[in-house]
Design a protein around this ligand. Structure first.
Ligand SMILES: *Cc1c(COP(=O)(O)O)cnc(C)c1O
Length: 695
């Protein structure tokens, strides 16, 4: 009797890789096919067809053709796919791309055999480990049992784990070696699921005999370290320590298990837990895609709350973080410095408008704003002008959720009930505009006149003016022209107050230029950066000041110094991520990609608005875009953060694998820059379809 495949409701198969070529992957694959009555699939088949691995498995395991799935890509030379393809000028690179590999439909479990080892190149920028991630199967590593196996096996385990791949176990082929088995298990934190001596002779009969004998123990060994089954009862959840199957440190929990733990112990941001649906467990991200534990996939059309520039889990940034984590994870930043922080400070100053030369690191957008406010406040005290303590900010502006940031964002409507906690701020008119707005100039001039009057009247008591340049994010993607921003900068210069820019959202390419202020030729005194800074990997922020502001804090006494600092100031991991992310802007010609996405907004939004605008069905208004940000108001009886229309649209998109998060009745898209333009078109097609159904 054949024992059941060990994961009845888990992954549909196993991926077999090796520590090297020629260690016996194919024999192991044939054995696994026999032990679990599985089908065989080798996506990349190199070598002559008559004696390739698929033919070998057919011969060894005696499998009928119906259980052998044809390779996705066949190459003649017995080399790595990338190298073999170079010899065949006729092979188009799309044929090599791992995304063209799909698991075949079959009722049986699948044994998928790789080619060569884990880091063998397949296509430019893609290797065998990427294929394992793409297919999502746990991996069995074939290794020789004897001398040299420790190093080769541990290297492979480490390489796979560093990419987040589940290692289901190691199979040792050759004469059993107890020492090696023990050391691999202990040092690699991985189970040796099989020791298979050389079969003499190696025939279908001898292999079948071994498979029958080994199938039971193999299944048990795999199950012991396996993911919890999807149908595990809730009380089988780990409450303390590690789950039953914890022999593998990386055994993933099921969607249900994660959601149950979350529902019991986690408190989510901006969420009414009593009425919200359960949080969706995400296991993996790649590019613009998010992969959920329950198998669903979503296109991330909001860059994960606006933090992600280049797409999820970009390997370049991931590698930089991993290398830094193995080198220096953290050191206190009073008294000490380190290369990533010093180099990043220089690169930020190089990328920013001239004159912004001093970088103060913090942890997130809110603290970046707190620091900007404290800097401006103390700057004037240090200058002998202690009366300059007030701030002006804009109606609708959002600057974060800590108390100082709430104070300057009080008019955004997010903080009802906290009025007695915050300090007083002057709120200036914000002349929001859109495509086809005939009054833009008159509106902006009127606002500037009001601001001029305010700044001139209160010059003696104002410390600074704070604005989200060009686009107000959280209050609904409200936009102004660069001309307005330049006008504001002229007024702050004229009245001698400090100009503080909150580029937490707009920074790092969002609006089409590296920083929004560059489109207006504006040079602020202080700028706040966060969100996109680390490539979407780690929470880190920077408040960058002009040299003049910095000089204002120098002196002999500590009383002139900025008495502010966070435990994780200038965290080396965050700095390393930020450095890698900045390099990607040049390497991937990111600003060109942003321009291509902006062109899609510019093409689709006016059309949609005219089709569903005042002269059409009467439901879309104020189309607007800048950089990768495209937005339009969906007019309905309600407005505000809780508007029902936004929730309906979101559900409609989610059902189609597209993740959006409207701000009340404002529909917006803010994709990561790697999003293919046709996917952005698809998002607009979906909006159009949703509106046609008349939500
Ligand atoms: C998100 C945001 C903040 C706050 O940043 P956090 O990292 O969430 O604290 C501040 N300002 C602007 C403009 C933002 O969009």
């Amino acid at each position: 009797m054949t024992p059941q495949f060990p994961f009845p409701s888990g992954p549909p198969g196993l991926f077999v890789t090796g520590t090297d070529t020629g260690v016996g992957k194919t024999v192991l694959s044939a054995l696994l096919c026999l032990a679990f009555e599985a089908d065989y699939f080798k996506p990349y088949q190199t070598g002559a067809e008559a004696d390739d691995d698929t033919a070998e498995v057919a011969r060894l395991a005696g499998l009928p053709p119906s259980r052998l799935h044809p390779p996705t890509c066949r190459l003649k030379a017995p080399l790595s796919p990338l190298q073999a393809a170079r010899l065949e000028t006729s092979t188009p690179s799309v044929a090599l791309d791992i995304r063209s590999v799909q698991l075949p439909e079959t009722a049986r479990p699948l044994i998928v055999e790789g080619a060569g080892g884990a880091l063998v190149p397949i296509a430019p920028g893609q290797d065998m480990a990427d294929l394992m991630i793409h297919l999502g199967l746990p991996v069995v590593i074939a290794a020789l049992s004897g001398l040299g196996t420790l190093n080769h096996t541990l290297l492979t385990v480490e390489a796979l784990r560093n990419r987040g791949i589940t290692v289901a176990g190691v199979a040792l082929l050759g004469p059993p070696d107890t020492e090696n088995k023990h050391d691999i298990e202990v040092l690699g934190r991985v189970r040796v699921i099989l020791e298979l001596p050389q079969l003499e002779p190696l025939t279908p009969e001898s292999l079948q005999e071994a498979a029958t004998f080994l199938a039971g123990p193999l299944a048990a060994a795999l199950r012991a370290g396996a993911p919890l089954a999807a149908d595990s009862p809730a009380d089988a959840l780990p409450t303390e320590g590690l789950p039953d199957g914890a022999f593998l440190a990386d055994a993933p929990l099921t969607a249900e298990a994660i959601t149950a733990l979350d529902a019991r112990h986690v408190w989510h941001p901006f969420t009414q837990a009593a009425t919200a649906p359960p949080a969706i467990a995400i296991t993996r991200g790649r590019g613009e895609m998010l992969f959920a534990a329950d198998g669903r996939q979503y296109v991330d059309l909001v860059s994960s709350w606006w933090v992600n520039p280049h797409g999820h889990a970009h390997p370049r940034v991931a590698q930089a973080v991993a290398a830094q984590a193995h080198t220096l994870e953290q050191v206190l930043f009073a008294e000490f410095t380190h290369q990533p922080a010093a180099l990043l400070a220089k690169k930020l100053c190089d990328a920013l408008p001239d004159g912004l030369d001093r970088v103060f690191y913090t942890d997130n957008g809110s603290t970046a704003v707190e620091v900007a406010l404290k800097m401006a406040h103390q700057y004037w005290r240090n200058q002998g002008q202690p009366a300059r303590t007030r701030f002006a900010a804009f109606k609708g502006g959002y600057h974060g959720d800590t108390v100082g940031a709430m104070s300057v964002g009080m008019s955004s409507g997010f903080y009802a009930g906290f009025e007695n906690l915050v300090f007083q701020v002057d709120f200036l008119d914000y002349p929001a505009t859109w495509h086809g707005d005939a009054n833009v100039q008159a509106k902006e001039d009127a606002a500037l006149a009001g601001i001029a009057a305010h700044l001139r009247t209160h010059a003696a008591t104002l410390a600074g003016v704070l604005i989200e340049p060009l686009v107000q994010g959280a209050s609904g993607m409200n936009m102004v022209s660069p001309r307005f921003l330049a006008g504001l900068a002229a007024l702050t210069a004229e009245t001698g107050t400090l100009l503080l820019l909150d580029e937490v959202m707009t920074g790092f390419g969002r609006t089409g230029s590296m920083f929004a202020c560059q489109q207006a030729g504006v040079r602020p005194d202080i700028i706040c950066l966060a969100k996109g800074l680390t490539g979407g990997f780690l929470p880190m922020a920077a408040t960058v000041a002009s040299e003049a502001v910095y000089q204002g804090f120098l002196g002999q006494g500590f009383d002139r110094a900025l008495a502010h600092g966070h435990s994780f100031t200038a965290n080396p991991l965050g700095c390393a991520a930020a450095l890698a992310s900045l390099e990607l802007f040049a390497e991937e010609r990111t600003l060109e990609r942003i321009a291509a996405l902006e062109a899609v907004h510019a093409e689709r939004l006016p059309l949609l608005a005219s089709r569903f605008g005042p002269s059409g069905a009467g439901i879309l208004a104020r189309p607007r875009w800048r950089g990768v940000i495209g937005a339009v108001d969906v007019v309905s009886a309600e407005s505000g953060y809780e508007a029902a229309i936004g929730k309906k649209l979101k559900q409609y998109f989610m059902d189609r694998g597209l993740f959006i998060r409207p701000l009340g009745n404002v529909f917006y898209l803010m994709p990561p820059y790697c999003l293919p333009t046709q996917t952005l078109h698809q998002a607009y097609d979906t909006l159009e379809a949703a509106l046609r159904t008349g939500l």
